[in-house]
Design a protein around this ligand. Structure first.
Ligand SMILES: Nc1ncnc2c1ncn2[C@@H]1O[C@H](COP(=O)(O)OP(=O)(O)OP(=O)(O)O)[C@@H](O)[C@H]1O
Ligand SMILES: [Mg+2]
Length: 329
């Protein structure tokens, strides 16, 4: 069952020099699937996440494409209806989510607000559900009585994530939910999410620049470069074989515990400028496998054994690999 289906989505910033931030993006998230969206800073991840939840704000605007969530068309849905569906169908947690907590209300009152706006549950039922989500997130129940300023940054962010689950959303979009936090808290939150999966039925779109984290937590990975999806792969297959040269570079940049201790690579070169429409492969200027073709035409997404890749060169490897297999088989 498909929870989220995005087709040919285009999102621009209508600034004086327009920014083509999301370019022809199509993706799907299945029921209970955890999907990671990775890519370097500025490649369009947050713009895409916001647009999916229809939270894009000027100068951002959706230029084309479709967004279907739980079989409903979120592109043509009136604002009032979108507001009703948000939280219930899709909950979104931002890096700075903790700052969205109201400083003059207790956590309990804020949880109650969300639930009263979207359900007709009794106060007792609301309190029960509030305690349930805190239990699931291993947050002490007496946190409900606290004001945001009484909690640490990490605890506030955990509360915000717990809050996202109040209305049993089918899809939770997490945009860099732990980037601002230290490693220990980051780990706690990620363990919590994995554990929540045993209790609740939901799908996740995890936006992160941290491929290591995504590989650990997600079933499938989408790699974004210059506003486009350049690779779609299952985590298991990606660990064996990445197809896009950019994904390969990201994989090599993962910190490894080696003989010399922890080693960080990095993808050499400068990220692309999103002010231009592309007439060639966006990664060509940084790519070790670049051919003349890559500099004059834009590659399409083509099938790999476990997903898709947008590359002239490595998509030929897929074909060669196939032949090799069929000859052997
Ligand atoms: N309000 C805005 N006006 C104009 N351009 C914008 C605006 N917000 C973002 N952009 C541009 O849109 C592009 C995509 O930005 P976005 O924030 O979606 O990237 P990101 O992948 O989420 O990056 P990060 O990893 O740093 O969060 C960038 O080139 C950015 O400069
Ligand atoms: Mg972002």
């Amino acid at each position: 069952m498909t929870v989220l289906s995005v087709d040919h989505l285009e999102v621009n910033y209508g600034t004086k020099a327009p920014v083509f931030a999301v370019r022809n993006v199509s993706l799907e998230v299945q029921h209970q699937e955890f999907v990671g969206l990775v890519g370097e800073s500025g490649c369009g991840k947050s713009t895409l996440g916001f647009a999916i939840a229809r939270l894009e704000r000027p100068p951002a605007y959706i230029r084309g494409g479709s967004i279907v969530i739980n079989g409903e068309d979120w592109m043509t849905m009136p604002d009032e209806e979108l507001r009703r569906h948000r939280w219930r169908d899709v909950a979104i947690v931002l890096q700075s989510g903790m700052n969205a907590l109201n400083p003059v209300m207790t956590i309990e009152a804020q949880f109650r607000d969300v639930m009263m706006q979207h359900t007709s549950l009794s106060r007792a039922q609301i309190l029960q559900r509030s305690m349930d989500v805190l239990d699931m997130a291993h947050i002490a129940r007496n946190t409900l009585k606290r004001y945001p300023h009484e909690l640490s940054g990490g605890m506030k962010q955990r509360v915000v994530i717990a809050m996202a689950f109040l209305l049993h959303p089918k899809l939770v979009i997490l945009d860099e939910p732990t980037t601002a936090l230290d490693m220990v808290v980051q780990r706690q939150i990620m363990d919590n999410l994995t554990e929540l999966r045993q209790h609740e039925q939901f799908s996740v779109l995890l936006i992160s620049h941290d491929l290591g984290l995504v590989l650990e937590l997600c079933d499938r990975v989408l790699v974004m470069y210059a506003g486009q999806i350049v690779e779609e792969n299952t985590t298991d297959s990606l660990l064996e074989q990445a197809w896009h040269p950019y994904t390969r570079a990201l994989m090599q940049a993962l910190p490894r515990i080696g003989g010399n201790g922890l080693q960080f690579g990095g993808v050499p070169g400068t990220p692309p400028d999103l002010h231009h429409r592309l007439q060639h492969c966006a990664f060509a200027p940084r790519c070790g496998l670049v051919t003349p073709e890559c500099q004059v035409r834009e590659p399409e997404l083509t099938d790999t054994p476990s997903g898709k890749v947008r590359c002239f060169v490595t998509s030929r490897e897929v074909v060669a690999d196939d032949k090799h297999h069929s000859i052997r088989g």
